[in-house]
Ligand binder design. Sequence first.
Ligand code: BYC
Length: 335
Amino acid sequence: MAAQNLQSVPAELTPEEDAAGQAHFDRIIAEDSRIEPRDWMPAAYRKTLLRQVSQHAHSEIIGMQPEANWISRAPSLKRKAILMAKVQDEAGHGLYLYSAAETLGQSRDKMMDDLIAGKARYSSIFNYPALTWADMGAIGWLVDGAAICNQVPLCRASYGPYGRAMVRICKEESFHQRQGFEILLELSNGTPEQKQMAQDAVNRWYAPALMMFGPPDDDSPNSKQSMAWNIKRFSNDELRSRFVGMMVEQVRVLGLTLPDDQIRFNEDTRKWEHGPLDWDEFHEVLAGRGPCNAQRLERRRAAHDDGAWVREAAAAYADKQRAKQSAKQQKEYAA
Ligand code: BYC
């Protein structure tokens, strides 16, 4: 399957063919239509998409860890089943996204090698620890909430396979956010200790969730071009501001508070504003020095090594099937 996807790697083209390809690409972008894997695309467009889509896939896969750690400690059978389903969904999201990235000409093995070698990025948020059961609520509500806010516009991304993968992912993320909200609501309406545990989790996850949207616009080298190519539809700060507005409403229903006394709606700009974020911390996390970076990568490497026999068995089975198929075809030709 990977080999089939890799057919989209461009062959050498003449300057005339390149010019025609560029004109076609420009028209598609101007019409706000879709680029598909076999269409001509500028090398920089391919590169930026491969960067974003592969980082997104890695985030889904690494993002399974903080919640997977809590499956066995979830407080009831029902909670275990819900959490397990959610973590499996994240694995599925990773797989759709690796498939979308493969259509840009990169093999899944290479992407995985880059991740476990520590060369590839994944979302900063997954380098924070999940300390209590309430963190499962805060991750669902804030982290999946931020993910939805960021990803709904990506359903209209100009690259077809990415946009289509996002449609399905967003549907599942909505369920994830609701289950997180519901965990927090139940804790908030529980004993004073449970309510405090919920508040503490919201306090710890709020700022890292806001940083998921990426650096401020004036420090975001990729945004302008990605928006011109209709990959990103809104800037990092625009989406962050929308997210704050959504959370302000929902936190009231939860009976909790956001740990930010500078949140306000600016009537002039018609945008939500929030207090300062610690961007030094963000850059430390991106540089691999967050609280859980080493642990997350170590776990991913171990899982990759433990899964080697599954990959070998799957490859051996595929080889056998191919051999069977070609023997059958030869028989048919001979007959
Ligand atoms: N973390 O120019 P910028 C989930 C990097 S998983 C780490 O603004 P761009 C879930 C950025 O890559 C959902 N790195 O970049 C799963 C760039 O570095 P490089 C994850 C970050 O791409 C399990 C540099 O900073 N969502 O929902 O225009 C359980 C400059 O940034 C981050 C996605 O992946 C960050 N937070 O915009 C629960 C969404 N932010 O590559 C939940 C898809 C920035 O130049 N991605 N960087 O070395 C995007 O929408 C965009 O890539 C971003 C960044 C908004 C994240």
